[in-house]
Design a binder for this molecule. Sequence first.
Ligand code: AFP
Length: 333
Amino acid sequence: MSKVTTLSEFIMAKQADFPFATGELSRLLNDIAVASKIVSRDVRKAGLVDHILGAQGDVNVQGEEQQKLDVVADNQFIKAFEYGGEVCGIASEENDDFVAFTSEISKNGKYVVLFDPLDGSSNIDVNVSIGTIFSIYHRVSEVGTEATLEDMLQKGQEQIAAGYVLYGSSTMLVYTSGRGVNGFTLDPSIGEFCLSHPNMKMPETGRLYAMNEGNINICEKGVQDYIAYCQSYENDKGAPYSGRYIGSLVADFHRNMIKGGIYIYPGTNSAPEGRLRLLYECNPLAFIAEQAGGLATTGRERILNIEPHRLHQRVPLFIGSKQMVEKAMSLLH
Ligand code: AFP
């Protein structure tokens, strides 16, 4: 049996790769790990709310109102960032506007974090995997002042680190700080994330495609052609691929990271920009995909090159194994 490496040990060891590192990013990553352990615990109790502990909006025995799990997760991460001292502001799916922290210690924080606290939340009620996605940038505003919108609206290629937590049959945290991708599985018996997937590489190709095919008739012809290609005996594998769509981006992405595959959420006639959010869904996963040897585009342009204009901006997403994304792009005109 080999020695277990915990996430904290791993982060500390990696800090040595950056000679001028002050430890702030390491502390921030550790804060994220602690918050996600708490969220993981709450997610495991999800079925109890409504059926045993009372419905959302009910008051529990401690006099607290039962809240929706995505709000609980959002608050948990915001608290971790606000009191951690490394972050001057955040933006999340749950908040219309970004939040600039006002304490002196936070105003001196070097980083901003953009995150989706609980992605795939419509899957909670049916006990299907959900996830958290996060993206970390250096602020562009002056240290010592409050965070600004410009801090939040940076291109994905400026990310310092990004990751996701998958609350699946086990809880996993996967992250990159620009030198490869590593995955950690939560061992609930010791409450630690342990290195389980070192140096993750996305297979160059695969046999799995993920798309909400309910939308196929309102997609552009190139997307329809690509899906027909996936289902054809004339494709590169000589047999139809398997369709796999969970409807939780983190879970669909993670499966493709391990097994090889493509995830597509294209624009449609009614929503030309698709559904997914650039800043806290597409950018962080694009950074991870590229670090693992995969590809992430809108079908036409690299996700990480997009100049953001709005906090909740949406973009089409084609992400996964390199050869599969390239093939899909070749069919779009
Ligand atoms: P929610 O977090 O609002 O549930 O959205 C989930 C999501 O952004 C992503 O995780 C899924 O892949 C996608 O939406 C599912 O969308 P469709 O229901 O349109 O397939």
